[in-house]
Design a binder for this molecule. Structure first.
Ligand code: HEM
Length: 466
């Protein structure tokens, strides 16, 4: 057996591949997987890289052998300036402790309140929509999920600040993606326009986090939001202590950043796919009308909207917001697929690639929510569908995000249909921190007639105008 898996040769010592990886990562990874198979070896300059494309092997990397890997500091570095040592970036025993402390904030017991915020904010957004109007659905979803995470996390209304916070998060995401793609990093203090923007963005998010945190420490108590949980959490299984302010700040900012961009991206793609499949839209509408009868949805309804959940899952199969998992750096040699992978090599896993592999998803380009029907879901091999990653470092917000997306989908469809706008050209995916419709997603809004009965007692809201 050869010492390394098959892979492309690059006469420029891998510099050509590195450039290609930066410019067209989705196409490159797809090409490598389809040409060289389940485990691909390639060089990018000095870096020895492996692309893993097979569920069993992915399972080993993410779960059984996860202790052999860490986040490469080279990629983590640009994000550390804002996330500090929050959950996304921390490692080892420190990560394990923090994960224990943050987990209770995502216990389903808290979801009733988070669901209420989600539905209330969605309905507020819809109050501002008019039939015939054309909007950028991707931008609308970003605003909405930003407002929802600010309220559920910090308990603050960011209405007047949505633009500023949204801009700060956007700058941070863009900068992180750009900086992580280059083989060198310039220090953040340099008087360059891009660094000035980054410093402004970090300051803006930092100021908000510290202001809310200090107020909350001063007032104490459980306000029902995620931040209260972070501040009240005590590590009963470990050192018996809670978080310092700095730790709470890092986790709060991490959740704020991780907690809305990917959800917004998934929703944007869902609207795109639903707009192109009227029969699926009709089924979604039937479900929402039958379950909700015109009233506002609650957390209890999520389980009664299984088709909406199937649609969201299938949308994340075709357009996984996290199109590439965080690269893993090998810390101690590890066996994988019959090969020994040496220390310092990097492992890449692309949900984008496995989700479109015909071996695991027959007719992979077809948008078919039935794949996730209870009778068929077992046909998908474990670790072939990984929109939230897997193993111990799987997304902590998966349940939260799924609940949020299902409720938003049903609530919007109670009142509106979204149609691709006449001036919306071909929609192309752009792999930023989350994968997004390049240039936005222009849709026109079509008000729909509601079937009667608005249960005002439960909704506390109004029925729709006819
Ligand atoms: C559709 C929405 C979302 C998607 C697709 C998504 C995707 C992911 C993925 C793939 C990972 C693992 C990355 C890896 O292993 O390399 C991850 C981790 C994480 N996500 Fe999410 N996420 C979503 C929503 C959320 C939300 C709503 C929150 C919090 C409010 C959140 C917080 C986190 C955190 C803190 C981690 C790091 C966990 C750890 O390493 O212990 N995510 N997410």
């Amino acid at each position: 057996m050869s010492a390394r898996p098959r892979g492309p040769k690059d006469a420029l010592l891998g510099l050509g591949l590195a450039r290609e990886f930066r410019a067209r990562p989705l196409q490159l990874a797809t090409h490598l997987a389809r040409t060289y198979g389940d485990l691909v070896y390639f060089r990018m300059g000095p870096l020895r890289a492996y692309l893993v494309n097979e569920p069993e092997l992915i399972h080993e990397v993410l779960s059984t052998r996860h202790k052999h890997f860490r986040r490469p500091e080279f990629v983590a570095g640009p994000l550390r300036a804002i996330d500090g040592n929050g959950l996304v970036l921390s490692e080892g025993d420190y990560w394990r402790r923090q994960r224990r402390l943050v987990q209770p904030a995502f216990a389903t017991g808290r979801f009733e309140a988070y669901a209420q915020v989600t539905v209330e904010y969605t309905r507020r957004m819809l109050d501002g929509w008019q039939s015939g109007q054309s909007i950028d659905a991707a931008e609308a979803m970003t605003r909405l999920t930003l407002e929802i995470i600010a309220k559920t996390l910090f308990g603050v209304e960011v209405e007047g600040q949505t633009e500023r916070l949204g801009e700060a998060v956007r700058i941070v995401s863009e900068t992180v993606v750009r900086e992580a793609g280059y083989p060198w990093h310039l220090p953040d203090w340099l008087p360059l326009a891009s660094k000035r923007r980054k410093r402004w963005a970090i300051r803006t998010l930092d100021d908000m986090a510290w202001r809310v945190l200090r107020q909350r420490r001063a007032s104490g108590g459980d306000r029902g939001d995620l931040l209260s949980m972070l501040l009240l959490a005590v590590d009963n299984d470990g050192d018996g202590r809670g978080m310092t302010d700095q730790q709470a700040r890092d986790e709060a900012i991490t959740l704020f950043n991780a907690g809305h961009d990917s959800t917004a991206a998934a929703l944007a793609w869902t609207w795109y796919l639903v707009a192109r499949h009227p029969e699926i839209e009709a089924r979604l509408i039937d479900e929402a009308d039958a379950v909700l009868s015109g009233r506002a949805a609650t957390y209890g309804d999520v389980a009664r909207l299984p088709y909406a959940e199937m649609v969201v899952k299938e949308s994340m199969r075709l357009y996984p917001p996290t199109w590439m998992l965080f690269p893993r750096e090998v810390v101690s040699s590890v066996e994988l697929g019959g090969y020994t992978i040496p220390p310092r090599a990097w492992i890449y896993i692309f949900p984008w690639v496995t989700h479109r592999d015909a071996r695991f998803f027959p007719d992979p380009d077809a948008f078919d929510p039935e794949r996730f029907a209870p009778t068929r879901i077992d046909e998908i091999p474990p670790f072939a569908y990984i929109p939230f990653g897997g193993g111990p470092r799987a997304c902590i917000g998966a349940g939260f995000a799924t609940m949020e997306m299902v409720l938003i989908l049903a609530t919007v469809l109670q009142r509106f249909r979204l149609r691709l706008a006449a001036d919306q050209g071909v929609v192309e995916p752009e792999p930023l921190i989350s994968i997004r419709p390049k240039g936005g997603l222009r849709v026109s809004l079509e008000h729909r007639r509601q079937p009667a009965v608005a249960d005002k007692d439960r909704s506390g809201g109004t029925s729709d105008p006819r």
